[in-house]
Design a protein around this ligand. Structure first.
Ligand code: GRF
Length: 182
């Protein structure tokens, strides 16, 4: 059985989609004491670990604490709404074993406020992308991508809703794909 850890900072709907698709999660790690993912993990019977930034440590130091919370024999680290940039040493240590989901058709619209920018630019399509994590923001090798058409009536809120829905299908598929290829 492959072992995965989920890092999440917020709602945790992708975490739920992963466990609801029968993928076993060893542990959820969060940086946010108010993250709803903590509640979701409890309901799913998955242990969660809160690693609260103390406000004085560097990014590198904080990531040592995260690393400490990850079992040494973990097969995959899944970022699901993880709102912190990981330090280079952490990405290097876990190279090929960290994945992320981003709500755009990468390499387009890296970073935050994707839906807002997509709507503003009158794009015809958007979607979501699961990719390997490297040192550069939203830039690692693409594992799976799903595209949807943007309707005239769509705004950033309706688009966000539609894309989150397809994320919930794509992420579990991507995890199964990557784990079964190893
Ligand atoms: C998703 O839109 C994901 O693409 C982005 O953060 C959001 C997380 O949502 N990286 P949730 O916490 O899984 O509900």
């Amino acid at each position: 059985m492959k072992k995965i850890v989920v890092l999440a900072s917020g709602e945790g709907s992708n975490f739920s989609a992963i466990v609801n698709n029968g993928i076993k999660v060893e542990r959820v790690i969060t940086n946010n004491p108010n993250a709803n993912v903590i509640k979701r993990a409890k309901e799913a019977g998955v242990g969660s670990l809160l690693v609260k930034p103390d406000g004085t440590e560097t990014r590198e130091e904080y990531d040592f604490k995260i690393d400490y919370g990850i079992y040494h024999d973990i097969d995959l680290i899944v970022l699901a709404g993880w709102m912190r940039i990981l330090s280079p040493w952490f990405c290097e240590k876990w190279k090929g074993k960290i994945i992320n989901i981003h709500p755009s058709l990468l390499p387009k619209y890296k970073g935050l406020n994707t839906h807002e920018r997509v709507i503003k630019n009158k794009e015809k399509f958007s979607g979501c992308t699961v990719h390997l994590v490297n040192n550069k923001l939203d830039s690692g090798k693409i594992i799976l991508q799903k595209r949807i058409k943007i309707l005239k009536k769509d705004n950033e809120i309706s688009l966000a809703k539609k894309i989150l829905k397809i994320e919930h299908q794509l992420y579990p598929r991507a995890i199964v794909k990557i784990l079964s290829s190893r």
